[in-house]
Design a protein around this ligand. Structure first.
Ligand code: AMP
Length: 556
């Protein structure tokens, strides 16, 4: 391994993210919401408190709390020997695996910043993240879901000046002679020197991605303080304790799986985290039986598959106490079926990487469990449901959900202009979600004003894809709209006006190939349906009239 000379970045990632005003920060500390501990400290505290109890189950591998802390030290030494330093951004794109968790804590030990890249992300997204954050390393895998991540990593290395090293959890394939590629297994051979924790609790501990509405995904910086409070409050709402066994089904990099309450809240209280290698309910049910899982989290897209599997499974699911469902709207009908057909409690949630996390109470009336997306997990979450002028609407009426609080940061990374639109002058984040708030404080999601498609929980910023499709030689104008879909919740429909003189209009396959192969976007962003229209409807101000297109879809 080589150690390269690193230049200290002129402006740190911390300085490129708006902070909470000092009086708010002070209050959150005084109230004990921000506990003043870094994740590096935490992992040692957990090792001391929970020692030999199992922290992580990954296949046949069982890792104790002590082992997790030790492995994090070994891997941190390996990363340090590659030149990774405090404040460096490191892209993390690993499947649900112990390596993800160990690497994450190893980076915390170094005060380096993991960037949570999603498994489906390809050149366009990963390249953007590398460029935006100035990432110095990229931790990835070999072939996963029939896609060779090493090839992607090579392209990213070639096009991202800051990136020096790719660490592969798996074999290096054709890249064994490329000294920019390092096998993950060698990271643990650089020694076990203790590493001084130079992070401050108010530092950025990780960067998450927003679903976004414009351009490439925005980055959300979460601090040690705020992120730990988020998981503590979420864990309390789900009453996690040392007997909790959490099954991670959805991608581990999602804020939902990682921290709401997910993996970090389970580790915090000494519970056991079980990693599912696949979302297939048959595999998950086996794990529930084998590990006596008490809680899991899925999205509405998986709900019917779980119900179906439930109707004939022979697995013993009696340990399961909570099925958390969120990331897109669960229909009331499906919610009632989950309540009726599983012995576990349904816990609906409304969460976002930008912070705010809402969940139903475990002892809520069935009607609230079935029809609402919960109550904010902290009494210090300040919620305003507002009209288009920013005035609060009466209880029970629909308005935009806006929030300010101890784990909702005050702005995105490096996005001054965007922040002025997404945050009010007094620091409320405008979620773009339309909700109704009941007297009880429960929120019901009734729609969205942001130009985004929620495809089975994966978010697509319409303008990002429209911009890319406009570069297609056969396309003169294009609008991307979400249409209700029984399986996905929402699918994406591209309304396309073709260039004059075009003989054959592009179809779905053409657009998927163009977006994937040529523009390098994640596959889930390709339109599900293409509709050719003669002219794009326009508003009186000359903008694309998406409402007219929506009406057209509803009429059809
Ligand atoms: P992400 O940061 O990718 O988790 O996306 C957050 C967004 O997902 C929210 O702002 C909502 O638009 C959407 N979302 C999350 N949970 C729900 C839910 N239960 N119902 C409807 N939309 C949801």
């Amino acid at each position: 391994m080589t150690t390269s000379n690193l230049e200290t970045p002129t402006t740190s990632i911390r300085d490129r993210i708006p902070n909470w005003p000092a009086d708010y920060a002070e209050r959150y500390r005084e109230l004990g919401l921000w506990e003043g501990k870094t994740f590096g400290t935490r992992v040692d505290e957990w090792a001391a408190a929970y020692g030999d109890s199992t922290a992580i189950v990954d296949g046949e591998q069982r890792i104790s709390y002590r082992d997790l802390a030790n492995r994090a030290t070994l891997v941190a030494n390996g990363l340090r020997s590659l030149g990774i330093r405090a404040g460096d951004a490191v892209l993390l794109q690993l499947p649900n695996s112990a390596e993800f968790i160990v690497t994450w804590f190893a980076l915390q030990r170094l005060a380096a910043i993991p960037v949570h890249t999603q498994p489906g992300h390809r050149h366009a997204e990963v390249g953007h993240l590398a460029g935006a954050t100035g990432a110095v390393a990229y931790v990835t895998t070999g072939v996963f879901n029939r896609f060779d991540h090493r090839e992607l990593a090579r392209d990213i290395l070639d096009t991202s000046p800051s990136l020096r090293t790719v660490i592969v959890a798996g074999d290096l394939g054709d890249h064994g002679s490329d000294d920019r590629f390092v096998p993950y297994s060698t990271l643990s051979t650089a020694g076990d020197d203790p590493i001084e924790d130079v992070a401050k609790p108010s530092d950025i501990a990780l960067l998450l991605l927003s679903g976004g509405t414009t351009g490439m995904p925005k980055l959300i910086g979460r601090t040690h303080d705020d992120y730990q409070y988020n998981s503590r409050a979420a864990g309390e709402r789900s009453r996690l304790d040392k007997d909790s066994v959490y099954l991670a089904v959805l991608p581990i990099a999602f804020n939902y799986t990682w921290n709401c309450p997910g993996i970090l809240a389970t580790l915090r209280v000494g519970g056991k985290v079980v990693l599912a290698s696949h979302q297939d309910p048959a595999i998950c049910f086996e794990l529930i039986e084998r590990e006596r899982v008490t809680m899991t989290a899925i999205n509405p897209q998986l709900a019917p598959l779980w119900l179906d599997e439930r109707s004939w499974t022979s697995n013993d699911l009696s340990s399961l106490r909570i099925i958390e469902i969120g990331s897109a709207r669960l229909s009331d009908h499906e919610a009632r079926r989950i309540i009726d057909e599983f012995d576990a409690t349904l816990q609906q949630i409304l969460g976002m990487s930008e912070g705010l996390f809402c969940a139903t109470h475990l002892d809520d009336e069935p009607e609230l469990l079935a029809t609402t997306q919960g109550v904010p997990v902290s009494v210090y979450d300040e919620i305003r449901v507002v009209d288009t002028e920013g005035n609060e609407v009466p209880t029970g009426e629909v308005g935009e959900l806006t929030v300010r609080g101890p784990y909702t940061p005050r702005g995105y990374f490096d996005a001054e202009e965007h922040n002025r639109k997404s945050f009010t002058a007094d620091g409320f984040y405008c979620t773009g979600d339309l909700v109704r708030r009941l007297e009880s404080g429960h929120l019901i999601v009734s729609g969205r004003i942001k130009d985004q498609i929620n495809r089975g929980g994966e978010k697509i910023a319409a303008t990002e894809i429209e911009g890319a499709l406009l570069r297609h030689p056969k396309i003169r104008a294009v609008a991307l709209i979400g249409e209700p879909d029984e399986t996905l919740g929402e699918r994406s429909v591209a309304f396309v006006v073709v260039e004059s003189g075009t003989k054959s209009a592009p179809n779905r396959r053409d657009l998927a190939d163009f977006l994937g192969d040529e523009a390098g976007f994640a596959a889930y962003k390709a339109p599900d349906v293409v509709r050719i229209i003669d002219e794009m409807p326009l508003t009186p101000l000359g903008k694309m009239d998406k409402n007219a297109l929506r009406q057209q879809l509803a009429g059809a």
